[in-house]
Design a protein around this ligand. Structure first.
Ligand SMILES: [Ca+2]
Length: 378
């Protein structure tokens, strides 16, 4: 769930990791098999290991996992032995696009004719799945498609770092966010146990985000769904599962889909600047912002909003972000991210037409809050 998923060097699945997939049996057997695996993996990778398995901070963490979640200690240690510190991960995390690019530059990455064309193509190809997700989760197809487009170019770039390397590197060698990534590492170990797969077998972004929608492990555990009914949640290969999982994520984070998401506004004077870019949550009443010089017609005074000032390609832009804009930022905590998703979604809807993938429930006489209003309002 980080934009611009970093495409690490090719490794992981496809380079022989498959032979180490031993599922539950491996978890039970633990130690020895995995230690020999770790040695072979080191030889394969052709790089020195970071000795995570010997560090006292790692050993303390392993003790916690064993005590709190009943993990096999030897198995955990063998995976830490196999984990590699990746300098490229540390470089990437220090320079996320959201922090170093202006809105104009950021927008230009995502609102390209290529990404729009590919989104239209994706929508057409997976129309039934998107319509079913809109029906079940009340999230418009263009929102789901835009998220997949911004995150991974519709599954084309899902990241090729080993998730284990990413989370161990960031959890133990990136102090600013170490607690967060150690938490995700714990979620990751729980996930691999639940899914009956080896922790060495997962690939993702430099931040450990996985699959079409770039779910971090805690999100995978909480929000991924088996939307094609094969009994597994596969957000790497099953487009149905990816679509259902993103839609479910939005529904669970309070997506309403019944009105504007963000609106461009004019601003008179500079009094409004004290309220601009204060946070992502819509904590201001529109009436209050009007008194500060924000000019907007369409919204009532008691509408909750956040004001954003951004440097666009043609100068400064002001935007009001409303409830659903905030929901998009639950996917990635950046106003530029949310605005890029919104604008890509709007362009995709414009290209597909107002009727595309509108689920049956939204076409009938009873208008169900959700996709249709959102789609029509642009
Ligand atoms: Ca499935």
């Amino acid at each position: 769930m980080n934009a611009l998923a970093s495409d690490g060097r090719r490794r992981g699945p496809g380079r022989g990791w498959g032979r180490w997939r031993r599922g539950r049996a491996a978890w039970r057997r633990g130690g020895a098999a995995w230690i020999s695996a770790a040695v072979l993996i080191a030889a394969y990778a052709g790089s020195s290991l970071a000795d995570y398995g010997k560090r006292t901070d790692v050993l303390g963490y392993v003790d916690e996992l064993v005590a709190q979640h009943g993990f096999d200690r030897a198995a955990l240690l063998s995976w830490f032995e196999a984990a590699e510190r990746q300098e490229r991960i540390l470089e990437a995390i220090a320079r996320p696009a959201e922090r170093v690019k202006s809105w104009g530059e950021y927008r230009a990455i995502f609102l390209t004719s290529r990404r729009i064309e590919q989104g239209v193509e994706f929508w057409r190809r997976h129309e039934s799945s998107l319509a079913r997700a809109a029906d079940e989760y009340r999230v418009a197809p263009e929102v789901v498609v835009a998220i997949l487009g911004v995150e991974t170019s519709y599954g084309r770039i899902t990241g090729s770092f080993r998730v284990l390397d990413a989370l161990v590197t960031l959890g133990f060698d990136y102090p600013p966010r170490a607690p967060f990534f150690r938490g995700e590492l714990t979620q990751f170990f729980l996930l691999t146990r639940e899914e009956d797969r080896s922790p060495l077998d997962f690939s993702g972004s430099y931040a450990g985000a996985m699959g079409y929608g770039q779910f971090i492990p805690s999100s995978y555990r909480a929000y991924a769904v088996d939307f094609d009914g094969d009994g597994r949640r596969d957000i790497w290969k099953s487009v149905d599962d990816a679509v259902g999982s993103v839609a479910n994520y939005f529904q669970r984070h309070g997506w309403r889909g019944d009105g504007p998401v963000a609106v461009p506004v004019a601003v008179e004077g500079d009094r409004a600047d004290i309220a601009a870019n204060e946070g992502l949550a819509p904590n201001y009443d529109v009436g209050e912002l009007r008194r500060l010089g924000v000019q907007v017609d369409a919204l009532t005074d008691d509408t909750k909003a956040a004001l954003f000032r951004m440097e666009g390609g043609n100068g400064t832009e002001y935007w009001l972000g409303l409830h659903d804009f905030y929901v998009i930022t639950r996917y990635n905590r950046s106003a530029m991210y949310a605005l890029a998703v919104l604008q890509l979604a709007q362009e995709l809807r414009r290209r597909m037409g107002p009727e595309a993938s509108a689920p049956a429930a939204m076409r009938g006489p009873t208008d169900v809050p959700g996709a249709s209003a959102w789609a029509a309002g642009r």
